[in-house]
Design a protein. Sequence first.
Lengths: 352, 382
Amino acid sequence: MTTIDKTAHVPAPRESVSGDGPLLDVRDLHVEFHTRDGVAKAVNGVNYTVSAGETLAVLGESGSGKSVTAQTIMGILDMPPGKITQGEILFRGQDMLKMSNEERRKIRGSKIAMIFQDALSSLNPVLTVGYQLGEMFRVHQGLSRKDAKAKSIELMDQVKIPAAAARISDYPHQFSGGMRQRIMIAMALALEPDLIIADEPTTALDVTVQAQVMDLLAELQREYNMGLILITHDLGVVADVADKIAVMYAGRIVETAPVGELYSRPAHPYTRGLLDSIPRLDQKGQELYAIKGLPPNLTRIPAGCAFSPRCPKAQDICRTDVPPLAPVTEQDGLELVGRGSACHFWKETIHG
Amino acid sequence: MAELKKEQEPVDATPNVSGVESVDAATEAEAVAAIDAPVSQGEPILQVRNLVKHFPLTQGILFKKQIGAVKAVDGISFDLYAGETLGIVGESGCGKSTVAKLLMTLERATAGEVFYKGQDITKLTGRALKAVRRNIQMVFQDPYTSLNPRMTVGDIIGEPFDIHPEVAPKGDRRRRVQELLDVVGLNPEYINRYPHQFSGGQRQRIGIARGLALNPEIIICDEPVSALDVSVQAQVINLMEKLQDEFNLSYVFIAHDLSIVRHISDRVGVMYLGKMAEIGTDTQIYDHPTHPYTQALLSAVPVPDPSAREGRERIILTGDVPSPANPPSGCRFRTRCWKAEDRCATEEPLLAIPERFVSASTPAAHESACHFAEEKDVVHAA
């Protein structure tokens, strides 16, 4: 019943298969919300790319803009109050922001799918899970009810829901939290998309179930060679599954790095602060390091570097000039692939 | 050390074990006096014995009949020592929060005793119960719903004084509230603000200030930081540790985040389906777990260190927690356990030091409810 395996679950390093550029390329994306209290600048120039078979983890606290970016990519941002002021989202080279609603509908679900955090409120409580899963096939592929049902059972088997055929006509409330999340995953996988966006997929789950769900996700991703954007605030989950990480703060990416590098040598004071502020499971520490202060209000983002009021290393330049996401290099100038830091003092942060 | 104390425990010395209904004024006054007496550091301040809470499942509208019970807490025992932090971990539905409510006497126990300074608080009523409640306070999980949005911060923190006016005389309350705000690191001038004007971390500080208002000896914290962001979590944890030293508080710290529990706790209890599976000091539980459930739970925690993940053994449990209305016979964990044998289905393992470790002086010699208890390090990379 229980599997004990050493490292077997760890996804093998994936190779980028498609030779012609990344699957998804987000360029200089800006999103703002017009509210009564003023304009909240939720996303302020985000750039990232995801290739097939690759996992990008977007790490950030609440209000950092990580979910808004995902919703914009998916095309499910509420507009108004949301507004995309600038930027491009290229999916296989085509700018999705310039597409018609009809074209985007075709991509949504069949090419890019999303897994939401709260499975209970994302599923319709008055429809059976079989109906909701089958909807994907009926609407996108025009299958009959009978065929759609057969396909749904197959899907539920694939995400390892026991006795799938018997449970297909159950309602969401009859499933446990972990099982509901599996149904969400099954729904996202239904049309075998090229890219999956998972927004905090395991935050509402217990650790034992979280491990099951993350393993399942990694396994399916490998099987289908999908791109995966994993949005989370949990540094532990990221370390287990991601290939590369983008750390977001106040609507900007402040650091990008391959997963191992980020943890061993952070190049941004915010990342370092985050890593220092989590207690360790394998050793008892002293007092925790705490980043002082609070994340900024998005209607009043501080001038210069948004992190400067909380930063222990802040100098005058930090309060006036916005640091660009600069490439990070070794001390001798050797390039570190995939690394960048939006800090005026990244050299001091990474090299001592 | 914990064992020695347990043997001397003065269960029979309780003044009013029998007949609470007939408690006369004299015994009540006696009880209040006992409750107000100080407890020295390292003595058990709270002793929980075979605590049971069953929620009845009923059928029918007019003629309700009981068809079963959700066995949320099904016979757990532990001690809380003065000045220590006892962490309680477990998956959702294992009964952690019900334990918190029972300790607060927000729920009446179905059976079992909770001795607070020798008084069984599950049977107290009236003045004596009120005195106990003053000394045991709670900090809730969700700082967004546990503060009344229509009350100012001053009213929220000062409300306990309305119920226990003896703690702060009327004219002095405003000053006390401002003092409390200062203690938890908020600006005392915020006294007239409303909860929506604060961030999550600040709200949790308000919740903590309310918990501190009556100078309690024990604070029950039910998932106090799980709704907060990582960078703010550390601030609140540090604050709670500081307050513990300052006011000599005892914490019962309930959480599902095992890393945080290790950080703050002196001792840790692991719960599964209403039972205590394993209990010991933080080193005993985290570095030398002997119960398979603890091992599985610990190995499932993602560690923020990619270099450690290669060497760590991972035990992935299959399936979900069974329903507490119909728990498995014998050992409750057997349906998900890889060590389960026939014996586990028939014979319930008791929470005790496993026989094989009894005479040995290893850290593995702590209470664990498993027939096949065996030490296994799952936290450190091999």
